[in-house]
Ligand binder design. Structure first.
Ligand code: FES
Ligand code: FES
Length: 158
């Protein structure tokens, strides 16, 4: 039996898209395989590790737990949208400067969660608790990531 499909229209990294997708396709798979946006990583596929985090209408979402059809009408942002005209965002620069990554597998999800926290004016303490609690990093011990968050918040307040 052929899997049913649905036409969806949404904004992806600033551009309006209309696509026809199988109704059971996960948003993470759609982004990676159909849109070639492989910066969204997939680890556990169970909503635990945070690697697949993207922003949907500005809110961090585990894209492995969302169907592509649920993005209909929404604004979706992936890690590919963060650097503007090749210029890294403040937190991207801080992660680089503070050695906030090693293998980089967890990094795109962390970048998206911290970006959302910054935009909505979270405190540095809340950001550390929420963001680091929601993302599994097997490499860094979180030290460099925490330094990068602190550097970003300090620079924003100067
Ligand atoms: S792959 Fe989605 S939370 Fe781990
Ligand atoms: S840098 Fe390797 S998992 Fe975080």
């Amino acid at each position: 039996m052929t899997e049913p499909t649905k036409s969806i229209t949404f904004t992806l990294n600033g551009s309006e898209c209309t696509r026809t997708v199988p109704v059971r396709t996960l948003l993470s798979d759609f982004l990676r395989h159909d849109e070639d946006l492989t910066g969204t990583h997939v680890g556990c596929e169970q909503g635990v590790c945070g690697a697949c985090t993207i922003l949907v209408d500005g809110t961090p979402v585990r894209s492995c737990l969302m169907l592509a059809v649920q993005a209909d009408g929404a604004t979706v942002e992936t890690v590919e949208s963060l650097a503007e005209a090749g210029e890294l965002s403040c937190f991207q620069k801080a992660m680089k400067d503070e050695h906030g990554l090693q293998c980089g597998f967890c990094t795109p999800g962390i970048l998206m969660s911290v970006t959302a926290a910054q935009r909505c004016g979270r405190t540095v303490e809340d950001t550390e608790t929420e963001v680091l609690g929601g993302h599994v990093c097997r490499c860094t011990g979180y030290t460099g990531i925490r330094s990068a968050i602190r550097k970003t918040w300090t620079e924003a307040s100067e």
